[in-house]
Ligand binder design. Structure first.
Ligand SMILES: *Cc1c(COP(=O)(O)O)cnc(C)c1O
Length: 423
């Protein structure tokens, strides 16, 4: 197997995400992708069980999205959003508000930025209303909200970001309640600290990068109620869960709740190009109205609401309108249940769970084990990326039943091979 020249020539100049470069394996060269298949330079194909960091929900190169991107690139590929308007963004804003019941959309270019904007909105909302005491956030153990400083400060502290601790603000980091007793404890704590808290931020129903940890829709609805009763804004980070990943259109829908502020990203464009958005209720937006600039929201990414990205997002929403995605995700969930239960018998597997199009298997793995597993999966012609103590799958929602069978068998075979190699 010879690598393409661009790979070997560029490799000495590349810095990879979350990677110890000294021991890093050379990445797989991808020359194209279609549906759930990644085409490699040597002619092989990998079945993708990650949807490229959980974003490619309709599969790669979906013709309807590609057409929308091509058409938009031929008309208006970019224009600044301050003082100038374009149809893709204005149409998308209206559609997102109709879907969510929220009132206003602030566009940005990445999920982390949309979280920064959400935190700013919450802080300034209280300040604009004359309350200068509400300056803290409640967030949760195992949370992941992004890699920028504000987002890191509300993410799990013992996790990925320890090197930056000195610059991080201190917020309240709580455990997500899991029964009536811990819920009562949560509520009493929140009522104590409430006067200093601007907002609570949570990944509803599933905490993603912190280990695919689930909580129930009932608990989520209770936390939403507690926030309302204690004047705490409820911020839902649906960057991972949004657009049917957990089954319902948004995870909040399953709990029957509407957040004050909502972050979306990842699958917003069908994973075809970067775009994120922070949505706010009419009440939040109202607090920013006055006759001075002081109460205006001070944020503005250069490439916010990029027309090509907004066109891709509109095309992605067309597909959700056309297809019965809920039924599709239910079928994935059923099949995962049938095919993955056998994982419990594999040595080194501690626990497993699935919800919507997410399957997660907790394993007793060292960092070396994770490297072994990742190599095993590539050798099995699938793209699965275990991390930490977790093997998981989050395929495109368009995965066929046969492909999912192949993926699930490979997921378990990879674990079995690893368990056998272990001393
Ligand atoms: C991925 C993710 C983010 C960060 O989004 P980026 O586009 O990588 O900046 C934030 N929150 C959640 C829940 C995510 O899964």
């Amino acid at each position: 197997m010879t690598s393409p020249p661009w790979l070997t020539n560029g490799w000495p100049h590349i810095w990879l995400p979350y990677t110890q470069m000294q021991t890093a394996d050379m990445p797989q060269p991808v020359v194209g992708a279609q549906g759930c298949q990644l085409h490699l330079a040597d002619g092989r194909a990998l079945l993708d069980g990650t949807a490229s960091w959980w974003s490619v929900c309709h599969g790669y190169q979906h013709p309807h999205i590609v057409e929308a991107i091509q058409a938009q690139a031929g008309t208006l590929s970019h224009v600044m959003f301050g003082g100038l308007a374009h149809e893709p963004a204005y149409r998308l804003a209206q559609r997102l508000c109709t879907l969510t019941g929220l009132a206003r959309v602030f566009f940005s270019d990445s999920g982390s930025t949309s979280v920064e904007v959400a935190l700013k909105m919450a802080l300034q909302y209280w300040r604009n209303r004359g309350n200068h005491k509400k300056t803290k956030f409640i967030s949760f153990e195992h949370a992941y909200h992004g890699d920028t400083f504000g987002a890191m400060s509300v993410s799990e502290r013992d996790g990925l970001h320890q090197a930056f601790d000195s610059l991080m603000h201190r917020h309240y980091m709580l455990a997500i309640p899991n029964d009536e007793y811990s819920m009562a404890e949560f509520e009493s704590l929140v009522s104590d600290i409430g006067p200093t808290v601007a907002g609570l931020i949570i990944e509803p129903l599933v905490q993603g990068a912190g280990g695919m940890r689930f909580h129930s829709a009932d608990i989520l609805a209770e936390m939403r109620r507690v926030c309302r009763e204690h004047d705490i804004l409820f911020i839902a980070d649906e960057i991972m869960t949004g657009f049917y990943r957990t089954g319902s259109r948004f995870a909040c829908d399953e709990a029957g709740i509407t957040p004050d502020i909502l972050c979306v990203g990842k699958a917003l464009t069908g994973g075809h190009i970067g775009l994120a958005a922070t949505l706010a209720s009419a009440e939040i937006f109202e607090a920013f109205q006055s006759d001075t600039i002081d109460t205006a929201l001070m944020h503005g990414p250069t490439f916010m609401a990029n027309p090509i990205a907004c066109a891709a997002a509109n095309a992605s929403l067309d597909l959700f309108e056309r297809d019965d995605t809920t039924a599709r995700v239910e079928a994935i969930e059923r099949q995962n249940h049938q095919q993955l239960a056998a994982c419990a018998d594999i040595p080194g597997v501690r626990d497993w769970r699935s919800k919507g199009a997410i399957a997660a298997i907790d394993i007793d793995a060292t960092p070396d084990d994770i490297r072994t597993l990742r190599r095993n999966y590539v050798n099995h012609d699938v793209w699965l990326r275990p991390f930490g103590q977790l093997a998981y799958s989050m395929p495109p929602l368009t995965i066929s039943s046969d492909e999912l069978t192949q993926l699930n068998h490979a997921l378990l075979d990879g674990l079995r091979a690893w368990a056998q190699e272990k001393p």
